[in-house]
Design a protein around this ligand. Sequence first.
Ligand code: S6P
Ligand code: ZN
Length: 190
Amino acid sequence: MSAFQPLNIKYSEIPPQFTPYDLVIDRSLNEMQDVFYDQDAVKRSLAEQNPSIVKVWMAPIPYDRGHLMSCMTVIYPGTIGDEFYMTKGHFHTDPVNDPEYYLTIRGEGMLLLQTREGDTSVSEMLPGILNYIPPGWAHRTVNTGDEDFVFLGFFPSAAKRDYSFIGLGKENFKKVVVKRLGKPEVIDHP
Ligand code: S6P
Ligand code: ZN
């Protein structure tokens, strides 16, 4: 068996670009309706348009144990009601082997973390800060600024994502980030 060949990835934050990649995930509001707490605001927004919320590029790295994946995420600026645009958020299914790093390269955001036991943590995400997500913590990122929020992620390639706790009537993240008087505020899920 020949060794996997070294590879170099080029990325930029303005405009967000990441090459080479083998997967792009583009999520607009109609695919993420359930993640926002204000369902009336979701309906009002969708009646006007179906905005892009998040785009993710995954590097062409094998999804095998032993490899380290890199990816880039952009969260566009905006709110649904008063809740900032954000990712869905997920656990890595293996509770002990799959940590992740996030490195912000543009904009400003927040990282919501939560364990299966219900412990929560909120961290700032800014250029110059490297956020470590230990195994066992669900992670969601939020764009709290008024420009694109762009960050790189690094995690074991074999990690699988579990989104099953997100959605209407589900457990969800206990904290949400809303815009109050023009500023981000972390509140309990209403
Ligand atoms: C994967 C990593 C990121 C997210 C991306 C979108 O482990 O954490 O690539 O997939 O930021 O987040 P989500 O929760 O909507 O998939
Ligand atoms: Zn992850």
